[in-house]
Each structure stands twice: as C-alpha cells, then as structure tokens.
Design a protein around this ligand. Structure first.
Ligand SMILES: *Cc1c(COP(=O)(O)O)cnc(C)c1O
Length: 386
C-alpha cells in the first residue's frame, strides 16, 4: 500500500504508541486522585503540556487539552463569542476554512451572531486590506486558518495577527495542518488562540489542544469538574495526552529534516505529473504552501474516478469533493479560489509524509497517467480529436 493522504490523518509513530501504553495498563489512575498511580498519570499530563508548549513556544499554562482539532476550533470560536457577547456579535473568518470552523460559525449565525466570510485570491490567500475593512465596532473575533488542509496554502498569519492587534479583536488560528509540520511560535505570531490536533502529526486520534494566550478570557466549553483549570471539564484522556505530548516532542526534533526530504519528494511528484499528463492545474500558492501537499485538477475527469482507480493500485489519496446529501458538490475551497465546477470536480489531493519514499513517487507517476487517459477516453468533456 502507498499512503499519500497524510493531511487526512497520519499513522501513529511507534514511539508515540510506546509512550501511551503504560496509561492503559498499570498507570491507569485518575490524575485528580491522591495516590501513586494517579500522581504518575498527572505527571504524564503535565509533561505533555510542557512538550506542546515547547513545540509552540509558549508557557505550559497556556495549553488546554481537548478531544481534537474540531473541539479546539469549536471552543475557541464559541468561547470567544459567548464571552464577549455584550461587546459585540460579529465574527470574521474566511471561505476556505475547515468545516470545524465554518459550521461552528454557521451555528452562531442561527443564534444571533453575524459572520463575514472573507474571499480569497486564486492561490487561496486572504486579502489583508479586505480583512481590515471588514472589522467593525462589534467585531469580537477573527478566525483564519494557518494552512489549508486541501490546497496547502499558508496564510500571512503574522500580518493578520498584527492587523487584529491594532483593532483590539481576538485572533484565533486553526493550525491543525501546520503544528508539528512547520516550525511556528505563538509568541512571534501574536495569536490569541491556536488549535492543533494529535493525529495530524503522528499522534493518536481523539486528542488535540487549544493554546489560549495568558490573559485571554473565553467561556468554558465543557462544564463539570475542575480539570484544565475549570476551563475544560472531564477526566483527562491520559493515554491520548501522553501520546500527543510524545508526538510534539518528536516533531520538535525531527520536523525540519523531514521537511527537506518530503518537499523533494512532493516537488518530484508535481514535476513528474506535469510532464506526463496534459491539461493539469496545480492548486494552492506556488511557494507559500505546505511542503507535503499537492492538489491538482486533471481537467475533464472526476476526482472520485481517479480515487477508485488509485485504490485499485493500492494508492491512498483524496479528492476535494465530498459526497453531500447524495449529490457530488465540489470542494468549497476549490470554488473559493475561483475554479469552475467542472474543473473542481477533477481534483486530486496527494499529501505526503514520513513513510513515503522515492519508489512511492515513481509508482504514482507510473500509474496515474494511464488512469487519467483511461478516464478521459470515457469522459464526454474530453476532446478526443486532440
Ligand atoms: C483535521 C483538521 C481539523 C479537525 O481535527 P480533528 O482532530 O480531526 O477533529 C480541523 N482543521 C483542520 C485544518 C484540519 O485539517
């Protein structure tokens, strides 16, 4: 099997699994209890908090564990909105956010909040001027993702954060695709809140974290016990937290080297596909893009068809389209960057990671051109006269 869908999820690193196992076994205590195995569990949680703080360049007290990226996004957005509801009820986001952000914003619209969905340019970049012009007296939160999961475009987050600071509005960034992949420092960024997720950087699924800058007040998301300083109640997912901590520790040490290796593979894949298949559109920013992500449209054919054929060859990839209520809707991200429906339908996302090799790239280059021409042969949109 060749796995090229690392933006969807990553395999758990063996060292991460090792770090988790004790807390399923002898060290099963509840971190809030007062005996030895509980203290060991509590220590593991605090070590993980410190490891994530190192990855993000913040203080451990600014890290709060959640059940994943989705919860971190929900909490940041609703928490800020509810906390500041007497100041204002306007939120700014972009049209290319993950559904964890978009659908949270939509849910707030139903209860009296107003949301501005900023457009992006053809590379998927938010216009800073447009952002500035959208800020109103009643704006309480701006949430713009760090790097896009579909096309890989990296936003000018630092500039956005600076703009926001001038205006005195909270700034949250969904950094689920960036954290553990590229070095980032919340101090340098100046973000008030930042979401990350374990399973996107070789940690376990079902655990994530929200960075909340010291002094930033948001409403709690879960009510119950006093865990996470009363801000996120519920007995801690100790094995998961130990796992995400280990993943952060590994990423901090190894991500720079990985970047060099994986970028080479991605670039080779991109160049190879462009050489071998005519009428290709590569999506995302040419430079300001995640080093592992290649999103392209093969004109005149459908993404799903490509995926089925790739799967038959043992290759795992993804397409921008998601099957919504029976009809195939092209990705909101590809539509937002201005692609017409028929081109957006032919999208293919290959996202690389730790276990990919040159042989993997060569194998994809070997089979993809054949799949493309086979599908084009039966496509009513393909001009066979060519
Ligand atoms: C995967 C992802 C999420 C959701 O994270 P989960 O841990 O799967 O809930 C949110 N935002 C982005 C950009 C993602 O890629």
């Amino acid at each position: 099997m060749i796995y090229m869908d690392y933006n969807a999820t990553t395999p758990c690193d063996k060292r991460v699994l090792e770090a988790m196992l004790p807390y399923f076994g002898d060290e099963f205590g509840n971190p809030s209890s007062l005996y030895q195995s509980a203290r060991t569990a509590k220590k593991a949680v605090e070590k993980a908090r410190a490891d994530i703080a190192v990855l993000l360049g913040c203080a451990p007290e600014e890290i709060f564990f959640t059940s994943g990226g989705t919860e971190a996004d929900n909490w940041a957005i609703k928490g800020a909105a509810f906390q500041l509801k007497d100041k204002g009820r306007h939120i700014i986001t972009s049209r290319i956010e993950h559904h964890a952000v978009l659908n949270t914003c939509k849910s707030l619209e139903k209860v009296g909040y107003e949301v501005t969905y900023l457009p992006v340019d053809k590379y998927g970049v938010v216009d800073i001027e447009e952002l500035k012009n959208s800020v109103r007296k009643d704006t309480v939160l701006i949430t713009i993702m760090y790097a896009n999961n579909e096309i890989g475009t990296i936003q000018p987050v630092k500039e956005i954060a600076e703009t926001v600071k001038e205006k005195g509005v909270y700034f949250h960034t969904d950094a689920v695709q960036a954290a553990g992949k590229i070095p980032l420092s919340v101090k340098e960024l100046g973000a008030d809140m930042l979401s990350l997720s374990g399973h996107k950087f070789y940690g376990p699924k079902g655990v994530g974290a929200l960075y909340i800058k010291k002094g930033v007040k948001i409403a709690p998301f879960m009510y119950g016990g006093e865990q996470e300083k009363g801000k996120r109640a519920g007995t801690e997912n100790v094995p998961g937290i130990a796992g995400i901590g280990k993943a952060a520790e590994i990423a901090a040490k190894e991500m720079v080297e990985e970047e060099v290796r994986i970028k080479k593979l991605r670039d080779r894949l991109e160049a190879g596909i462009k050489d071998r298949i005519p009428e290709i559109v590569v999506n995302g920013h040419p430079e300001q893009r995640l080093y592992n992500t290649l999103n392209l449209c093969i004109k005149h054919i459908e993404g799903e068809g490509i995926l089925l054929h790739l799967d038959f060859e043992g290759i795992c990839a993804s397409s921008g389209s998601a099957c919504t209520s029976g009809s195939l809707e092209p990705s909101h991200v590809l539509l937002a960057i201005g692609l017409p429906h028929e081109i957006a339908h032919g999208s293919l996302r290959l996202s690389l990671g730790k276990h990919n090799t040159e042989q993997d790239v060569d194998r994809v280059l070997e089979v993809l051109p054949g799949i493309a021409s086979k599908l084009r042969e039966i496509s009513p949109f393909w001009n066979k006269g060519k």
